[in-house]
Ligand binder design. Structure first.
Ligand code: IDC
Length: 464
């Protein structure tokens, strides 16, 4: 007979929520324990204990729990060093399982003896942190800070917490909406472009709904300073929130193309940003920018490991999954959307990324999007008006055909890039970010002028 005791979390909470005033990276903590009685006989039982680390990686750990009375004894345990004092039991790591990455699990077990009632251990802790099944389970704040109320009339003020409904992105009134906005360039290179003046221009002059924060993982990005980049992303989320814009947190994997290369980094990063931003309504998570040279199965496997880490801390946010062939739904790899339609990610409230560069990707890509949009929730988290190199001439006709299609299908988009990079995809002329003028037409490139004219037209957000 197999019985499972539900010892999982009921309350999602996070240490980070209590420290909104200091946008610094916190050491994320948290754990989940699944306790299963796998066999039981007169006076004895066997139990499996699956321990999942939901916080930052640990090296060396101690699982502690209580048995209901001193008559219950651990007789023999495995995969840990077991000890008991009164009703308190400790299982300490053995050498080979001493490291638990974020999201990693280890299986322990023991046989026990008991008299009377069935054995029901309680109060599991991992390194002293209660295993509530969520991040930062140590001392749940009774009433998480809901954050400042979004300003009425702004995109976040009108639409509130978003969710996926059918193939659409829906607002708090359960009506489909389209978000139109801009992506940063790599924040490790163009950080100076993201300041109060440039964000004011984006929100007020461009009337942008969306600000994508491209945090490269390689190329001098996150991997070189996890705490620093986490904190920079969090402050950009706050700057977008203060202006009523949605913030799309982009884990900008690019080279290498297999997102699994960065799996542990992704778990650590998302556990932290999701805990810290859980109460906000303006956050959307993009877990892998452009998978390339990797199968859909491998991407799906990555997604199914990262999504639960986000959900444990921030259960209701929309999450976007990159697709094969540089987020082309497989088209740039000679495949198409059917590999996703036939084998979707096993999760709810998610969308799939589609990227294009208008001078390189034309009719067959548009046909794919038209077809796929009837089956899959799509989000164009990045596109350019130029060639896939980010440079070359702007292709106005193709760009306009794409933007018209996205408007018609209510597919949200972010344009690469809101920066003054010396390449034609940038919206500002080189040197703009050294000054304070982000509003006059003189600072815009050809691409910037086109995008500003498209994004600044009135939104039609349904409110009932
Ligand atoms: C490009 C930048 C360029 C940078 C290069 C490598 O525009 O300045 O040197 O990345 O980091 C993408 C990627 C995006 C690329 C962009 C243009 O998501 O990182 O940015 N692009 O090549 N996919 C298709 C095109």
């Amino acid at each position: 007979m197999k019985r499972t005791l539900a010892l999982l979390a009921t309350c999602a909470t996070a240490l980070g929520l209590t420290t909104l005033a200091t946008p610094q990276a916190q050491a994320a903590t948290g754990c989940k324990v699944e306790y299963t009685v796998t066999n039981q006989w007169a006076g004895g039982f066997q139990a499996g204990v699956k321990v999942t680390n939901l916080g930052d990686p640990v090296t060396g750990w101690k699982l502690e729990f209580s048995l209901p009375d001193t008559a219950q004894k651990v007789v023999q345990g495995w995969n840990a060093t077991w000890s008991q004092s009164g009703s308190a039991v400790t299982a300490a790591n053995v050498d080979w399982n001493r490291t638990l990455a974020t999201g990693a699990s280890t299986d322990l077990g023991f046989t026990g003896s008991f008299t009377g009632a069935n054995p029901k251990p309680t109060a599991f802790t991992l390194n002293g942190v209660a295993c509530t099944g969520s991040v930062g389970g140590e001392e749940p704040p009774p009433d998480p800070d809901p954050g400042p109320n979004p300003t009425p009339g702004t995109p976040v003020g009108i639409n509130g917490q978003l969710h996926v409904c059918g193939v659409n992105l829906c607002n708090q009134y359960n009506r489909p909406i389209q978000l139109r906005g801009m992506s940063t360039h790599g924040i490790q290179w163009f950080g100076k472009c993201y300041n109060n003046a440039s964000l004011d221009a984006l929100a007020r002059d461009w009337k942008s709904d969306l600000f994508r924060i491209a945090m490269y993982v390689q190329e001098q990005g996150y991997e070189t300073d996890p705490a620093g980049f986490t904190s920079r992303v969090n402050s950009l989320v706050d700057m977008a929130e203060a202006r009523g814009m949605y913030a799309l947190i982009d884990f900008h994997t690019l080279t290498p193309g297999d997102p699994n290369y960065n799996l542990d980094r992704a778990k650590t990063f998302f556990a932290s940003v999701a805990a810290r931003n859980a109460a906000k309504k303006n956050v959307i998570y993009e877990i892998a920018n452009e998978p390339n040279g990797v199968s859909w199965t491998a991407i799906k496997n990555y997604a199914e490991q990262v999504i639960p880490v986000i959900r444990a801390a921030d259960p209701d946010a929309v999450i976007i999954v990159g697709t094969r062939g540089w987020s082309s739904l497989g088209v740039s790899d000679g495949s198409n959307e059917t590999e996703v339609v036939n084998n979707p990610v096993n999760a709810t409230n998610i969308m799939y990324a589609f990227h294009f560069y208008a001078a390189s990707h034309k009719d067959n890509y548009r046909a794919t999007v038209s077809r796929a949009a009837t089956r899959l929730p799509l989000f164009v988290t990045e596109f350019g008006t130029v060639s896939a190199t980010g440079g070359g001439a702007m292709d106005r006709a193709s760009s306009v055909a794409w933007l018209d299609l996205l408007d018609q299908l209510k597919i949200s988009y972010a344009n690469w890039t809101y920066s003054d990079a010396n390449e034609s995809s940038a919206a500002f002329k080189p040197g703009t970010c050294n000054g304070s003028d982000y509003s006059s037409s003189g600072v815009l490139t050809e691409s910037g002028a086109l995008l500003k004219s498209r994004i600044s037209t009135p939104d039609t957000f349904p409110t009932s």
